[in-house]
Design a protein around this ligand. Structure first.
Ligand SMILES: Cc1cc2nc3c(=O)[nH]c(=O)nc-3n(C[C@H](O)[C@H](O)[C@H](O)COP(=O)(O)OP(=O)(O)OC[C@H]3O[C@@H](n4cnc5c(N)ncnc54)[C@H](O)[C@@H]3O)c2cc1C
Length: 464
């Protein structure tokens, strides 16, 4: 499973073939001893505990429609207990940005750990209490919640006792432009009343989901389109919340968590459930969507690595030969393997640089790098998984390998947390800002060039 010869002193991240020697050489000296030890334990835990539990997890999801959304696979709670006892818990929450509750890891250090969990299917990150949407929700509560809100919701989330949902996207609204959000939030006496129609709300089907963090419009006439929104905390059992159905991604419903359509009808919560203040909704979602996007990206790189590993074992399976050769003896397969290797390694460097930027500044300062990763990584991982599926023949798209589910999961990332085009537009706009400086530089070079030409007695090029 390793890239090249392994020596006894190699960190498990190299010995187990998790990332390339080159990438590790770039970042190793940025890792504390604690981070190196934790990473080694994450590698060990994912390889020895999570990956072998994947089939049990699938089998324990109820197939009976009456209990499908009521039963949590027991194996996940067993894995959580083990991870917690090993100290592999809430690793995503960096102390640098969350001094009170964070773990002593940088985003760069955690990024590699997230990649490892991406190899273990979507439940490996949950086993470490590092899975979406809880991670982003915990960040919201840690950053913007008051002491009472933290005590009521953040503490049980940090303990892994409850789960949560983040409700922004709306059924009849183009929600990638968050200023469009229409759900009505208004104050009545000492209560907040919520009316709206959301969908794709991840985690809301889970019996452990006890909290909806909802964004709606509280001041539609405010002259600033970014001050019209507010965020409220809604206990999941509040009267007026109706989970209509679980949406399916290519037929997968992702039970028991689900991505749900939900109607909020005259839902009432106390005024104290407002987060930060009226009109702060936009600011909060901006703050929520920084490091979380990188976590998705790193996990996706782990998923791509796992797909490439599978492709290598299928291509070298000499029992399954075509036209007299094993697959690896066909040039197109070798080229596909090489393309996947190159794409994964390129994408990893981009994400590591984004994680490093978050550590050096904050999510806002790293927006450009985060946006590029958010666009590049899911597309890259989809291509890698697609090649692996192709090499497996029909087996690659059926239920007998995790490839089809991985493909569906990765495809959703081209929408979730904003579609590619929105990020591309931002990246392009940022890039265009450089044009002014380039014009100035060009004019200065032109002037100096004219001077050199005239000193050398050479006639300037004629301009058409
Ligand atoms: C599996 C899954 C889980 C999700 N989980 C959650 C969740 O937990 N909570 C939540 O609130 N939402 C969630 N979402 C919703 C997701 O965030 C939205 O789907 C996404 O923001 C896009 O919004 P929309 O679907 O309304 O698309 P629209 O806003 O209708 O956009 C449609 C398309 O228009 C194009 N487009 C948009 N803007 C531009 C532009 N500037 N330039 C060019 N083209 C553009 C894009 O191709 C885009 O896909 C989830 C989605 C999926 C698939």
């Amino acid at each position: 499973m390793s890239f090249g010869p392994v020596s006894p002193g190699d960190h498990p991240v190299i010995a187990e073939g998790i990332i390339s020697r080159g990438a590790w050489a770039l970042i190793e000296d940025k890792f504390s001893d604690f981070a190196k030890k934790t990473l080694a334990n994450v590698v060990h835990f994912v390889i020895n505990d999570c990956i072998p539990a994947a089939e049990v997890y699938e089998a324990q999801i109820s197939k009976d429609p009456s209990t499908r959304w009521k039963v949590v696979p027991p194996v996940i709670e067993e894995l959580k207990a083990k991870a917690k006892s090993l100290g592999l818990w809430n690793l995503f929450l960096s102390k640098k940005h969350y001094p009170d509750v964070g773990s002593p890891l940088t985003n760069l250090e955690y990024a590699v750990m997230a990649e490892v969990t991406g190899r273990g299917g979507h439940f490996a990150s949950e086993a470490l209490n590092c899975s979406a949407p809880d991670t982003g929700n915990m960040e919201v509560l840690a950053k913007y919640g008051n002491e009472e809100q933290k005590k009521q919701w953040l503490t049980p989330l940090l303990n892994g006792e409850i789960r949560s949902a983040f409700a922004m996207t709306e059924r009849f609204i183009a929600s990638s432009d968050a200023t469009n959000i229409k759900t009505d939030i208004r104050q009545e006496g000492d209560e907040i009343v919520i009316n709206g129609h959301k969908w794709w709300i991840s985690g809301a089907g889970d019996p452990r989901c006890k909290l909806h963090i909802l964004m709606g419009k509280s001041d539609p006439n405010n002259s600033s389109p970014h001050k019209q929104q507010s965020i409220v905390l809604i206990p999941a059992d509040t009267p007026g919340i109706r989970v209509v159905r679980a949406m399916q991604v290519f037929g997968y419903d992702d039970a028991p968590e689900g991505h749900c359509e939900i109607i909020y009808e005259n839902v009432r919560v106390p005024l104290k459930n407002l987060v930060k203040g009226w009109g702060c909704g936009f600011e909060i979602i901006q703050g929520r969507l920084g490091p979380g996007r990188i976590h998705h990206c790193m996990r996706s790189i782990g998923t791509a690595e796992a797909a490439l590993d599978r492709m290598l074992t299928r291509a070298t399976d000499t029992r399954k030969r075509t036209f007299g050769k094993a697959l690896y003896e066909h040039g197109t397969i070798v080229a596909d393997i090489a393309k996947s290797r190159m794409q994964i390694d390129q994408a990893r460097l981009l994400v590591l640089s984004a994680a490093n930027m978050i550590d050096r500044s904050n999510a806002k300062g790293a927006m450009r790098d985060i946006g590029m990763s958010k666009v590049v990584v899911p597309t890259m991982a989809l291509e890698v998984v697609d090649r692996s599926m192709q090499a497996h023949g029909a087996e690659g798209i059926c239920q007998d390998t995790p490839l089809a589910a991985a493909y569906a999961g990765l495809r959703t990332l081209r929408y979730a947390d904003g579609p590619d085009e929105v990020h591309i537009q931002q990246i392009g706009k940022q890039e265009l800002k450089r044009a002014k400086l380039l014009w100035e530089r060009q004019e200065s070079v032109e002037k100096k060039s004219q001077k050199h030409l005239s000193n050398a007695g050479i006639k300037p090029r004629s301009h058409l």
